[in-house]
Design a protein around this ligand. Structure first.
Ligand code: CA
Length: 431
């Protein structure tokens, strides 16, 4: 399964080298369950000893800069669209400078955030950056699979909606013997997660090392949503994406308010037709999904096989096509009925990147023209785009950052950040 790369892409990939991500990127990582040589995640990540610099978080007015009394709701998106190329990635939160960061999560009710590293350690520090260096929030290195594949590791974290009082935090990691994905709960009432409090909530067997999904997000309904890739190899050989009897290739939705988990009664297959945990299916490797904090809509990036990266608006019971379709095309040589599936909101080909990283619907105040636009990027090319969530217009290329974007982060004020494999975080801004 070879795919020609343009020379510049090969150079970029060589530079990214050990970094090649979570993905698709078709070739090597899809060929075998074994880890790609030289790509194992580092098992240690050390906080840098350098003095944290102040970060440009202040100054943004509240997004609620609307009149106190308003007869009609504001339009979801302003009439003036974002201008292509008018945006930049500006260094931010420089106290978080760890290897293979895959997430940054503001801690509810505090000025802190937790940075997640694929190698198994999560660090907490003030977003103000001035006071203390990051501390270890949770160290799962002993629980991770030995010799992890390039896409395995500590991949997701979500604070319970009542975190401020319950201290409950949930994580997603890859374990071994047997190879599986684990969603576990910890008690962080003390301010950091207590290792002795671990409670496994859900375990899903993994046939191959790649395509693990990994995002955990609480919806506005209070339920925990979980992204699981198709199980790996290449082309979904087990047919998990279209199999509603399997948890792989899905976004799940479960109730974790109790000691174990339960299936919400209004899940699409709660009363039959598939596993009750499933919320949406036909996904290949959903790498990052989030909820629009204003509308509650769920948006995801789904990493492609060989041709198309895609952005999806995820709805209850939706079938997003994999492995019958890749993007808007039938996958492989077989004919297919595209009308049987929910089409992506946006796609891009391998000339624009090789592994989509889902972001957020922008709800900040600093860039009002972006309000209501879903922002996403590509790990390989570093390009950042946005699509209007209220129409079907073309995506706008906001910036060609050149950064290996592993994830996006959303601050309490709605501003967006790029989490990268350059041991650095960047704020998306319009200079
Ligand atoms: Ca699809």
């Amino acid at each position: 399964m070879s795919r020609p790369f343009p020379v510049h892409a090969i150079v970029a990939l060589l530079v990214a080298a050990a970094a090649l991500p979570f993905t698709a990127c078709g070739d090597g990582d899809d060929a075998a369950p074994a880890a790609t040589p030289g790509t194992a995640a580092p098992r240690t990540a050390t906080p840098a000893g350098t003095a944290p610099a102040p970060t440009p978080t202040g100054g943004a007015p509240s997004p609620a800069a609307t009149p106190a009394v308003r007869a009609t709701p504001p339009p979801a998106a302003p009439a003036t669209p974002p201008v292509a190329g008018a945006y930049a990635a500006v260094p931010a939160f420089t106290q978080f400078n760890f290897e293979r960061m895959v997430g940054l999560f503001p801690v509810p009710g505090s000025g802190d955030a937790v940075a997640l590293t694929q190698g198994g350690v999560a660090y907490i520090a003030s977003l103000a950056g001035a006071a203390a260096p990051p501390r270890v929030y949770l160290d799962l290195r002993d629980k991770l699979i030995d010799n992890p594949g390039n896409e395995e590791g500590l991949l997701g974290l979500a604070f319970a909606p009542d975190y401020a009082s319950s201290g409950r935090v949930f994580v997603y990691y890859s374990a071994g013997e047997p190879r599986r994905s684990v969603i576990a709960r910890y008690d962080a009432s003390s301010g950091v997660a207590d290792p002795a409090s671990a409670q496994v909530v859900l375990e899903v067997p993994q046939p191959f090392a790649n395509h693990n999904g990994g995002a955990l997000v609480f919806g506005p309904d209070g339920y925990l949503y979980i992204a699981l890739g198709d199980g790996g190899a290449g082309g979904d050989p087990q047919g998990n994406g279209q199999n509603t009897g399997a948890l792989l290739g899905k976004i799940l939705r479960i109730d974790v308010s109790g000691d174990t988990y339960s299936v919400p009664a209004d899940n699409p297959f709660a009363t039959g037709g598939g596993r009750g945990e499933i919320w949406a299916y036909g996904l290949r490797n959903p790498w990052r999904f989030t909820f629009d904090r204003e509308t509650g809509e769920l948006w995801a990036g789904d990493v492609g096989q060989n041709r198309w990266e895609e952005v999806d608006r995820i709805v209850r019971g939706g079938n997003y096509g994999w492995n019958v379709m890749e993007g808007r095309e039938c996958y492989g040589n077989a004919a297919c009925d595209a009308a049987a599936f929910i089409a992506p909101r946006a796609v891009y080909g391998r000339d624009e990147g090789c592994s989509v990283t889902g972001g957020y619907v922008y709800r900040g105040a600093a860039m009002p023209e972006l309000r209501g636009w879903y922002v996403y990027g590509d790990f390989c090319s570093g390009k950042v785009w946005a699509v209007n969530t209220r129409d079907e217009s073309d995506a706008v290329l906001l910036a060609a950052s050149g950064k290996p974007i592993s994830s996006f982060a959303e601050a309490d004020d709605g501003e967006l950040y790029l989490v990268t494999f350059e041991r650095a975080i960047f704020r998306l801004s319009r200079p």
